[in-house]
Write a protein that binds this ligand. Sequence first.
Ligand SMILES: [Zn+2]
Ligand SMILES: [Zn+2]
Length: 423
Amino acid sequence: MYKALRGMNDILPGVSRIWQDVEKNAISVLRQFGYSEIRTPVMEEKGLFVKSVGGETDIVTKEMFSFRDRGERDVVLRPEGTAPIVRAYLEANLHKTDPFQKFYYIEPMFRSERPQAGRLRQFHQIGAEVIGSLNPVVDAEIILLLAAILDKNGIKDYTIRLNNLGCHDDKIRLSGALKAQLSDKEVLLCDDCKKRLQKNPLRVLDCKKDSCRNIARSALKSIDFLCENCKNHFAGVKECLKGTSAEKKCVDDPYIVRGLDYYTSTVFEVSHPALGAQDAIGAGGRYDNLVKDMGGPALGAVGFALGVERMLMARSKDTAVFKGSATVYVATIGEKAAKEGFKITNELRIAGIECNMNYEGSSLKSQMRDADKLGSVLTIIIGDDELAKGEIVLRDMRTKEQISAKFTDMLKTVNEKLKTYSL
Ligand SMILES: [Zn+2]
Ligand SMILES: [Zn+2]
């Protein structure tokens, strides 16, 4: 038998219902904040990510699903959502017509990592990006939005770790100083970090090996390398967060650097006790040079992505698991009643009522168990007696009270009954 590819999971019924709830909650918050959905293709040119995420990053060197298509083009399954959005923004000429844009996306991403809990090869992200502003209030909005999505999904106990990496020049000075300090300790670093030290020393700070990170972290803080402008920006972001619901969730963490080269200035990660120390529920930051580096004008931008699988890991500790649903359940006794029940089920569904029935001729007892399991508030029961009289029995699952109604009055009676529930 065939199996799904390693690190690529099926999302089965029951669980998919939880996904829908998480996505629905996120979308309602994203709309409240004024973000519009953007959908980009799953596949992009490889160069897009080499140029934006960075040729020396783990994502580009080790983790992309990369191949030649039939036209001999180098393509990849997208490993992240920001670069494709900047590409789409420029390709649609939005920088000329309406440069300030607020996007969101809910899409699968692909990275060929060693699969483990919370780290899959096809994983899913809910993300948001604001392009066209350097104002620190936009950084604050992005952080408040992220917190609101987590709150709406019942995720508690998370911490937003904030840092400022500095602008391009600050990052170069920080990299130089880090390289100088770490070169004495080079023998203690892993093989990857030895290479990183030469090409991109900042990457040592987020090596997946604790030993490397501890060495790098005892060295320097990005905050000590900020220019006046970046210092003011960081202070401005914190000023905007002051007194908000998310303020108490935020802490300074001088070692957040993010594993992608395009980040500058504000960066953040969201940690949660349900995940390991190296895995965040989400992360983001500013990428003020990316639009320009991709061939557009110099425009500030900031965004985040939340991992849906990781949100679910955090959520499962805090909230109950959903088991599927039917507002009305149709229980039937005998073959003839089953046929009538099928018609009634369809009629209710067409009328917009979530409705289900059993097609296998199971006992009434087991059908009533199903109705309970699906959380039905009403059960319609049809047997031979009801068929003969042209009636249904309507059982209120809350009060256990039963009433009869004519087939012809079925929909009206069901609707009246449902009104007494606040669904
Ligand atoms: Zn700066
Ligand atoms: Zn390392």
